[in-house]
Structure formats: C-alpha cells, structure tokens
Write a protein that binds this ligand. Structure first.
Ligand code: C2E
Ligand code: CA
Ligand code: CA
Length: 621
C-alpha cells in the first residue's frame, strides 16, 4: 500500500510532539495557533492513511463505497482546515494590525463555505496498484481552497514584509514552498504521495525556526528570557488583555561582589519564584526577575510572600527592590513597561507601586530624554553667558556659561527643566562635553580676552567625573583649541558619594596642575556641605541666589553670611554672590566684602555675541 511516506510523516510528528510537550512554554497566541495547526496536521495524516486503506478495501475487498467516500471527504476536509490554520498562523502578525480583521473574517467565511461544499458535493476514488487518488467536484473544491490559502499567505507576506521579521518570512516561505513543490510532484507522478509528508516537514521547520521555546529560556536559571517577556506582553497588548506583574531586583550590599555570591543569589531567587506557582517567570538582565499574573490581588499576595522571603535572607549580602504594577492597561505598550522598569529599578525605595503619577513622570523623563538627544544630534544646544563683575577691579572679569536647548519649534528651554533628568540618565556626559566644546570655541576666538575677560566659568556636575577621564577630556580641548588653561574655570556643585568624591578630587588636582581653576557652586544650599567646602581645592565660593536674597529678610542668615565671608577670606578664597538683582542688593553685597557680583542687576545670561557687545559698552567706561 502506498502509505510509507505518510506513516513516516506521522511518526515524525508524534515523536516531535512528545519532545516539545516537555518544554516549558509561553502561552502566546502565536504558539496556540501553531499547536492547533500541528494537531490538524496529525489528524490530516491519519485520515490520509485511513482513506488509502479504505479505498484499497473498497476496490479489492468490496468494502462499503459510502463509508469510503465519507473517509475520503474527512481527509480533504482536514486538508482544508490545515490550509486555513496555516493561513491564520502566517498572517497573525499582519492581521493583528488590521483593526477590523477583514482578512480573517473573509478567510473564515471562505473556510465554512468550502467545508459545506465538500460535505455536499460528490466525490469518487481511484486505485490502480500504487496509484491512488480521489476526484470529482469535492476534491476540485479542495484544490481551489488550498491554492487560495497558499497564494493568499504568500501574497500577504510579500505585501507586508516590512512588518514581519526576516526570519519569520523565510520560515513561512520555506513552509509554503514545501507544500507547493510536494503538490506539483504528486500531481505529475501520481504514485508519489508527498503532500502529507511535506506538510509534516513544514511543521518541523516552523517549530525550529519560530516556535522553539528554548530560544526563550535562560540557560542559567531555566526561566524565560527578557525577549520572551517582550513577546508575551506584546501578545497581551495586541489582544487587549490586562495583566498585573511585579519585578524584583537583587541589590548587592557590598561594592564589588564575588561571582559565586551572585550565582548563589540568582539561582536561589529563581527557585523561589518557580515555587510560587504556575505563572511565567522571566529573568531580565543579570539580576532582575518579573512575574506576570492575571489578577492584581494575586500579584500583590505573591509579591508579599516573596518579599518576606527576601527579607529573611541573612547569609548573603543582598536586599531586593520591587516594582508592582496592578494593571498593565495604565501603559501604552510593552516598550513603555520596559521603560518604566528601567527608570525605577534603582530607586532608593524597596517597593515602587506603579501608579498614574509615576507613569506620567516617566513619560516626562523620556520626553526630556528625546529633547536632549535630538538637540545634541541637530546641534541645538546653545550656551548663554552671564557677566560677573569684579568689585575690586571695577569691571567684568569673568562670565558664567549656562546651557539652553532650542527646541524644534524654536523655543528656548531653560536648564532647570532638563539638567536634573540628564544627571539621572547620564546624558549630562555628552551634554557637558558639548557645552565645554562651545565654550572653548568661544575662548579660541580671543575676543573675550581682548575685552578683559580672564576666564569663563563652566558648570560641571559631579556625575561627569564618574565617567571616562574628565581631566584628559579638558586637556584635549585646551590643546585642540590652543587655549590658556587659566581661561578655564569649572563650577562644581556637589552631592557626590564618597567613591565619586575621591575621583572628583583626583581629577581636580590633575586639572589644577594644568592651570585650570575651580569654583564651589551653590554654596548655602543643601547641595553643598561643609565637608566639601573644606576638602575641595576651589578658588572661589559661590553664594547661592537664595543666600543673597535671604540677606534682606533673615537676620540670622545675615549674621551667618558675615561670619562666612570672614572665614572664606581667611582661607584665601574669593566669594561670588549670585542673584543680585537690585542696586540695594549690590550695595549690601559690596558692603559685606563680596569679591564678585553676578545677577540680573548687571545682565541676564545672554548669547555669546551679545556678551561681546555688552562688554564693549561697559568695559571701556
Ligand atoms: P547655577 O549654576 O546656580 O546658575 C545660576 C542660575 O541663576 C542661572 O539659571 C541664572 O540664569 C540664574 N540667575 C542669574 N542671575 C540671577 C538673578 O539675578 N536672579 C535670579 N532669580 N536668577 C539669576 P539657569 O541659567 O536657569 O541655570 C540653572 C541651573 O542649571 C544652573 O544653576 C546650573 O546648576 C544648571 N546648569 C546650567 N548650565 C549648565 C551646564 O552647562 N552644565 C551643568 N551641569 N549644569 C548647568
Ligand atoms: Ca553655576
Ligand atoms: Ca549657583
């Protein structure tokens, strides 16, 4: 009997099914559809073999022709079902993006009509040795439908190829190609019944290329990977299914952690998560986990359980940081969830409960992130300068460089709205470099020096010292632009921790060695403390605006300032008062013995060319 190829295909699929059923798998729509197509393929092969067996029995042993026709019809009906499932599976990625699901509805209607036609139309069968087939209107209808599904799948894949990943496209074409080639061979050489086997082979190709869950499994922990999480969440968003989740991040309490300690912490956590229940657990990066739940109550309860377990760990130096989200619908999609996790994973709080306010804050931060990125790319970073008056010399001897961003609409954005975000997300590094480069370009023209400017003060955030080698960066620029290092003054504000402080001092010493000077910014605010004041080799101390203005409203502050001025002068440092807006304030600061005055009283921060004009007007008089 001519059933060897079909039996081979069937055995292959059954072995494969036993193997893949043992894998841990993600229940996403793609996979469910694939398993449906896989099941239909097995049923189809069974009916394929059965139909050949009954045709032989009918032709040679007088078996009932009615039953034989029925079995033949069942076979071609599952064949059409297989074509339909394959079509759905193939255009899942595309169809999701069609709001009204037109294609899927059309395919479904065609499928139902086709099956009804097969049931009602007549069918005949033929057998002569190894040549065996069915024919008649029902079979013709099957050919038509199968051809339609194959052509439609190929057509849609080509039309929407940009929306489908390259890998998926190749796998789909291989699969459909196998079908087509087998059908042509079988049509020409009637005794080679290849279609069933080709369909089975196609399933194996699809599985290995697109559905292999091992690609989604982290080798170390056996948990699902971050890619799998992205796929899983995208699937939920596509079908508008709300979910709850929490993430847990391992934080090591000692600065440099042994690899063994890390491995221990990760594998213990993974085991603890797996013990919690059946919900899928994902590993994000090295030391974070995420578990997804259908109900928010369950997510909360399980989080509390895992939190109390984490709190009980005393033998390894770790603590856990959690983020809980009770309703995924607060987010616009999987990308935004990842963005949120990224934003808050290192928060100082041990449990972040994600709510609308936090999400809004994240959106604001990513807006600022884009603002800075685009401004850097399009060179819309502008540096304004505010002249600083030297009381002793009676003229302007320095100016402070203050960054602004010109947004795409041409509006000027003040630094207060982007510097704090840039300091948090690291963009302060490229931003600070750009500002410094512009300051160097301005100094390199020599115009400022001709007008009596001894140096330009550039703001530097302490985090900038945590990156590459700031001293080298400054040195490179000084050399490139051929600038006298004495023209460079860097303003440091501080809130750095001890590790960073060490780096800061190291770099400062190198730069001072080159001839660069420093100012301690924002003195008198929470951002700078006495410890810094004592240990930093700064040349100037800058009194903050609140300090200057508080002088008139707060008697105690006035006394503190008087004491400070004497102390700072005793240490051989100079004082700059910021925020001097009126003549009265100016007189008071001069009376107090302040060395330099900066503020709207003289000028707001202005563009470079305006500063030159300003200096031309005021320095000569
Ligand atoms: P800052 O370093 O304390 O700069 C002084 C701020 O006071 C400037 O605000 C300036 O425009 C403002 N100011 C000057 N005179 C007066 C006055 O008379 N009255 C009042 N009310 N304000 C006055 P700006 O330009 O908005 O800068 C804000 C902060 O942004 C700066 O504070 C500095 O911390 C930061 N910043 C600016 N440019 C840079 C930069 O290139 N790098 C870094 N890391 N931070 C920068
Ligand atoms: Ca400053
Ligand atoms: Ca300041």
């Amino acid at each position: 009997m001519n059933i060897e190829l079909q039996v081979c295909g069937l055995v292959m699929l059954i072995i494969f099914l036993v193997l893949i059923e043992r894998d841990r798998k993600l229940n996403v729509k793609n996979r469910l559809l694939f398993m449906a197509a896989f099941g239909v393929c097995i049923v189809c092969l069974v009916f394929d073999i059965a139909s050949i067996v009954v045709i032989r029995m009918a032709v040679y042993e007088g078996f009932s022709p009615t039953v034989t026709r029925a079995v033949c019809k069942l076979y071609i009906m599952t064949l059409v079902t297989q074509g339909y499932c394959g079509f759905l599976y193939s255009c899942l990625d595309i169809a999701v993006q069609f709001k009204n699901d037109l294609i899927r509805r059309f395919a479904l209607i065609l499928y139902v009509i086709g099956e009804l036609l097969i049931v009602t139309l007549p069918i005949e069968y033929y057998m002569d040795g190894r040549i065996v087939y069915s024919y008649g209107p029902a079979t013709l209808c099957t050919y038509g439908l199968a051809l339609f599904y194959i052509i439609a799948t190929i057509f849609l894949s080509i039309k929407h190829r940009k929306k489908i990943s390259h890998r998926r496209l190749v796998a789909l074409f291989t699969w459909q190609g196998l079908w087509l080639v087998a059908a042509v061979i079988q049509f020409i050489f009637k005794e080679i019944l290849l279609v069933g086997f080709a369909a089975a082979l196609g399933m194996v190709v699809l599985y290995s290329q697109l559905e292999n869950p091992n690609e989604h499994i982290d080798r170390v922990t056996g948990l699902f990977t971050q890619n799998a999480l992205s796929l899983y969440m995208q699937d939920k968003f596509n079908y508008r299914k709300s979910f709850a989740f929490y993430t847990a991040k391992i934080k090591y309490l000692i600065p440099s952690v042994d690899l063994d300690i890390k491995k221990n912490a990760v594998s213990r956590s993974a085991r603890a998560f797996l013990k919690l229940g059946k919900e899928p657990v994902f590993r994000l990066g090295d030391d974070m986990f995420c578990v997804i739940y259908e109900s928010s109550e369950e997510a909360y309860l399980k989080l509390m359980e895992i939190k109390s377990q984490a709190d009980g760990v005393t033998d390894i130096p770790v603590e856990a940081k959690f983020i809980l989200c009770k309703d995924s619908m607060m987010f616009s999609g999987a990308d935004e969830i990842f963005n949120f996790i990224h934003c808050y994973e290192d928060s100082s709080e041990s449990l972040i409960n994600c709510d609308k306010i936090l999400i809004e804050r994240m959106r604001h931060r990513s807006e600022i992130y884009n603002l800075i990125e685009n401004a850097l790319r399009d060179d819309r970073i502008e540096v304004y300068y505010q002249p600083i008056y030297d009381v002793k010399e009676g003229r302007f001897t320095t100016a402070e460089a203050l960054v602004r961003i010109r947004n795409e609409a041409g509006k000027l954005i003040p630094p207060g709205s982007f510097i704090p975000v840039a300091e948090e997300n690291g963009q302060i590094i490229p931003l600070g470099m750009r500002v410094f480069k512009k300051v160097c370009e301005f100094l390199a023209t020599g115009e400022l020096q001709k007008l009596g400017i001894k140096n330009i003060e550039t703001n530097v955030s302490a985090v900038q010292f945590d990156h590459e080698n700031p001293a080298d960066f400054v040195k490179r620029h000084i050399e490139t632009y051929n600038i006298d290092p004495a023209n460079i003054n860097l303003e440091i504000t501080e809130t750095a921790d001890n590790g960073l402080k060490h780096l800061l001092l190291l770099n400062m010493e190198k730069l001072i060695g080159m001839g660069v000077s420093f100012s301690l910014d924002d003195f008198g605010t929470g951002r700078s403390n006495l410890d810094y004041f004592v240990s930093m080799p700064a040349k100037n101390i800058k009194f903050d605006t609140t300090f200057t203005q508080g002088y008139f409203t707060n008697d105690k502050l006035r006394l503190v300032m008087k004491g400070m001025v004497n102390m700072v002068h005793d240490m051989d440092l100079k004082i700059v008062s910021e925020g001097v807006e009126t003549r009265e304030q100016y007189d008071a600061m001069v009376g107090l013995g302040i060395d330099y005055i900066q503020g709207y009283y003289f000028s707001k921060p202005i563009p470079g060319p305006d500063l030159l004009e300003f200096l031309k007007m005021h320095q000569s008089s």
